[in-house]
Structure formats: structure tokens, C-alpha cells
Design a protein around this ligand. Structure first.
Ligand SMILES: *Cc1c(COP(=O)(O)O)cnc(C)c1O
Length: 360
């Protein structure tokens, strides 16, 4: 067996222990003679899988009981429209903080349903920083404030939580959920596509305060109404059963590893050492302002763009794959989510130093 260190931004690595457990249960889950993929979602076996996953997530994230956890389909991108449909609640305006490409997409979709106020934007800084909060133009009448705690493409992350007073805070945590402890009670709604830090693509998680559910705009599809999903325990229709099962295995794995506190410590250490290697080199650079560098996605530029092809090819030889940067940023990007072992980051740093030493 030869597993590589996969630095893909998403779909991303899943811990080998988790894949092995899924493998061992694939043909015969707990004596049922079938895999979780083949079970009726309404049968007691699958129900126990679904309930266990939710209970473990609630435990590791310390989700208060007045929040619903929804296991949905359509990726994070569907939530760009579901959020205004469900959270406008008679209002006509919403605030969005714009710090990268995903926030931009959320705004484009949100604008179809309400007046979007872009309360701050770092577009002019090429999304390399978070504008200072005292420069934001928040509207006290906004239905909610939407932001992207970690911008996956630019590698820009909030290491603090915006204060929006009584206006519900909505966070697209697709690429940072479960990477550390967070106080869920500070948020009105948290959502995330699964394929970065949760499990296989095809599942999206929504964690929403229950008083925000139940007053949708006219024409909201039944499937996008959080009330429908909450009332039916996310089983109004057939849920993404395999993804939900796999997410449960990932939650178990996080718990076994010491929970989100331990995850946060390892993630900080992994990111710190990679940024340190970049900063102490005259060859590599990272464009993001120091205080908002992502723990999860680390873009870096080589001293000469003509070296990119060789870097990628030689990295691949060293079992370090999917390092090519997003086309909008260029260079490289190392995504180092929970499932990237620290040895993977160490191997990348060693490779980078070796590659640099061979450039004239
Ligand atoms: C990947 C990503 C998305 C898109 O997720 P899909 O599940 O593909 O819709 C949205 N927001 C952020 C921050 C992401 O990283």
C-alpha cells in the first residue's frame, strides 16, 4: 500500500484509520450482512448510524441544545441561496463581509434574494487581508451578517469571531469546521460542505439556532426549507447515507484523537512550521498578512514561476501531491486539514528546502 500526502483543497484527505474502518465494515456492517450504503435510511441500523454521528458531532463541537444539526445535500453552494431564503424573515437586507472568492460567490447568490450590503471588502488588496472591524459598515437592520471564516482559495482566516450584536452571524465554515474549538453559541448559523474537514463530498452540514427556523420567503423549495429538514431529522427524502456514515467515523476519530482542542493544537503547530519555513526562505513567499494567515490552506509562491512545473513533478516523486495553486492566485497551495498528518507537513517542508537548495 502506498498512500500519498495529498494537499488537495477538496475533496481532501481522509485519515487512513477512518478509511480502514470503513473498509472493514463495508461488506458487513455489525453483522447485518450489508454496507451502510445499502441500508434503508429509515431502518433501525441506519438510524443508529445517523444518530450516533449527530450525537458525536454535538459532543465534540459542544453544540447547545437550542441548535439543530442538519445533514443536507447540494454542498455548501446550495446554502448560498438557502440562507437568505430561510434567514431574511421579513427583512430585505443582509450584510456580507467579503474577504475572498467564496464570499464573493455567496454575495452573488444572496443578491438574488435581498439587498446585499458588502460591509467590508479586501478585493482591492487582492484578498490578502481582513479589513479592520472599525472600518466595516454594518447595518443594524440587516437580517444577518454572513462571512467566510476561512477563505480556502486565498488562505485568509479570521482567528477571532466578529461581534455583530443582536444580528445573527452566519459562517461558511466549509474549510475550517472542526479544525479547533469554537463557541457555537456566538453564531446564528454555521454551514460547511463536507469534503474538506468532514468526509466525502455530497454532504453539507448546517448548524442553526432554532429560533431562526420556520419563516421562509415565498417560493422556497421544500427541500431548502430548514423547517422541513429539522422536522424530519434531515430525512424528508433520502439523505446522503454513505457520506453521513463516513462523517460519523470522522467525528469518532476526532474524539479519539482528543477532540477539537487537540485538533487545534496540532493544526496550529502544522501551520506555524510551514509559514516559518516560507518566511525564513528568500525563495518562497506567502502573500497573506501575518495575522490572518489560514491554518488550513497555505498558498505559497516560488521565487520564479518557471520553476512551478519542476516543483510539482518532483514533489509528486516524493509522494507529495496536489500542490498546484488555484488559478486565481498562482504558485502552490498546501491544504493541511485535520487529516493531513504532521509528518506530511514535515515532509513538505523538507522537500521545499531541498528544492530551494537546487535552484540557482
Ligand atoms: C469548497 C468551499 C465551498 C463550496 O463547497 P461545495 O460543497 O462544492 O458547494 C464553499 N465555501 C468554501 C469556504 C469552500 O471552501
Amino acid at each position: 500500500m502506498s498512500r500519498v500526502f495529498n494537499f488537495s483543497a477538496g475533496p481532501a484527505m481522509i485519515a487512513t484509520e477512518v478509511l480502514e474502518r470503513a473498509q472493514s465494515e463495508l461488506l458487513d456492517w455489525h453483522g447485518t450482512g450489508m454496507s451502510p450504503m445499502e441500508m434503508s435510511h429509515r431502518g433501525k441500523d441506519y438510524m443508529s448510524i445517523a444518530e450516533h454521528a449527530e450525537a458525536t458531532l454535538r459532543e465534540i463541537m459542544e453544540i447547545p441544545s437550542n441548535y439543530k444539526v442538519l445533514f443536507l445535500q447540494g454542498g455548501a453552494s446550495s446554502q448560498f441561496s438557502a440562507i437568505p431564503m430561510n434567514l431574511l424573515r421579513g427583512k430585505k437586507k443582509a450584510d456580507y463581509l467579503l474577504t475572498g472568492m467564496w464570499g464573493k460567490k455567496a454575495i452573488a447568490e444572496g443578491s438574488r434574494y435581498c439587498d446585499v450590503n458588502t460591509a467590508c471588502s479586501s478585493a482591492d488588496q487582492n484578498f490578502s487581508e481582513i479589513p479592520a472591524p472599525d472600518s466595516w459598515n454594518l447595518d443594524p437592520d440587516a437580517a444577518y451578517v454572513h462571512y467566510t471564516p476561512n477563505e480556502t482559495i486565498g488562505g485568509v482566516e479570521f482567528h477571532w469571531i466578529p461581534d455583530t450584536g443582536d444580528v445573527p452571524l452566519v459562517a461558511d465554515m466549509s474549510s475550517t469546521i472542526l479544525s479547533r474549538q469554537i463557541p457555537v453559541e456566538r453564531f446564528g448559523l454555521i454551514y460547511a460542505g463536507a469534503q474538506k474537514n468532514i468526509g466525502p463530498a455530497g454532504l453539507a452540514l448546517v448548524i442553526v439556532r432554532d429560533d431562526l427556523i420556520g419563516d421562509v420567503i415565498d417560493g422556497t423549495p421544500t427541500m431548502m426549507n430548514y423547517q422541513t429538514m429539522a422536522d424530519n431529522d434531515s430525512m424528508y427524502n433520502t439523505p446522503p447515507t454513505f457520506g453521513w456514515y463516513m462523517a460519523g467515523l470522522v467525528f469518532d476519530w476526532i474524539k479519539e484523537k482528543g477532540g477539537l482542542k487537540a485538533m487545534g493544537e496540532v493544526n496550529k503547530r502544522k501551520a506555524d512550521k510551514l509559514y516559518e519555513a516560507i518566511d525564513q526562505s528568500d525563495y518562497y513567499s506567502n502573500p497573506v498578512r501575518q495575522d490572518c494567515r489560514s491554518w488550513m490552506n497555505v498558498p505559497f509562491i516560488l521565487g520564479n514561476d518557471d520553476h512551478n512545473e519542476a516543483f510539482l513533478a518532483e514533489a509528486k516523486e516524493a509522494n507529495l501531491v496536489t500542490l498546484k495553486g488555484h488559478r486565481s492566485v498562482g504558485g502552490m497551495r498546501a491544504s493541511i486539514y485535520n487529516s493531513m498528518p504532521e509528518e506530511g507537513v514535515d515532509a513538505l517542508i523538507a522537500f521545499m528546502a531541498d528544492f530551494e537548495s537546487r535552484q540557482s
